[in-house]
Design a protein around this ligand. Structure first.
Ligand code: ADP
Length: 241
């Protein structure tokens, strides 16, 4: 465990720095071009450069927040700032981000049944959904179809992320939320990873008084099912009850 942790920390730091280099280069290049004054007469082009700089700054901020989040979870110091988070814009934004960054032609579909918000820490919720969508794409073939649905039931919100990917064999289902657990066998395509994503997802969901489980059929796909409290009031009633 210690050896894997040390290895993970080294690889993670390298991957993070690598991820930060590209946005920093774009920002530097954009700032340099704007500084030359060459775009003063080209309003449209100038707007594009400013937008690219702002997008990349946001990307860097997300990466930094992710590192802070993981460190806080590790040190047991994570403080949640729960609020009512409206689901549809968050999910639309995630779909848009994944469409831009993935090389596969992913088909997304979404449906909301009598449910538009959840009581959660907005950044954590984004990280949870991001991790699950990322896995759904990673562990699918060339034409992933990812379905995201949300419904309200007895004061809880149930969010399902379903994919048509490679699925998970029965014997691994109970372990995939364990730290550093990865399914590897010769039949699976070699996919990069550390085996920590689902561990952090589960930890964050438990901190929200929620649950996560998975249903899967090898060769057909997987469905990750999250349950979270819908409102603050309800959660307090449940605790009192
Ligand atoms: P990683 O993806 O880095 O290995 P995770 O903790 O995110 O780590 O996932 C643990 C394991 O669960 C993965 O190695 C993979 O085998 C399996 N897994 C997770 N999500 C899916 C999915 N949507 N479809 C198939 N297998 C999955």
């Amino acid at each position: 465990m210690q050896r894997r942790l040390a290895l993970f920390q080294r690889d993670f730091t390298y991957a993070m720095i690598h991820d930060m280099k590209s946005p920093l280069n774009t920002i530097l290049m954009g700032a340099h071009i704007l500084n030359t004054g060459k775009l003063e007469e080209q309003a449209e082009k100038k707007k594009k450069y400013l937008q690219a700089i702002s997008d990349e700054c946001n990307h860097l901020l997300t990466l930094s927040n992710r590192v802070i989040l993981l460190t806080q979870i590790e040190k047991d110091e994570l403080q949640l700032h729960k609020e009512t988070v409206v689901l549809e814009p968050l999910i639309d934004d995630l779909i848009e981000k994944f469409r831009l960054k993935t090389h596969k032609p992913v088909e997304f579909s979404k449906a909301f049944h009598h449910c538009n918000s959840v009581y959660a820490d907005a950044f954590c919720l984004r990280e949870i959904l991001s991790n699950l969508i990322d896995n759904a794409i990673k562990y699918s073939g060339d034409s992933p179809h990812i379905q995201i649905t949300a419904e309200e039931r007895n004061g809880s919100v149930i969010i399902r992320i379903t994919d048509n990917g490679i699925g998970i064999e029965e014997e691994h289902l109970a372990h995939i939320f364990d730290k550093f657990y990865r399914v590897s066998n010769s039949k699976r395509p070699p996919v990069r990873g550390y085996g920590i994503g689902l561990f952090y997802v589960k930890t964050m969901i438990h901190m929200h008084n929620g649950t996560i489980r998975v249903e899967s059929q090898p060769g057909k796909g997987s469905c990750f099912i999250i349950t979270l409290p819908q409102t603050h009031e309800r959660q307090e009633i449940d605790i009192i009850g």
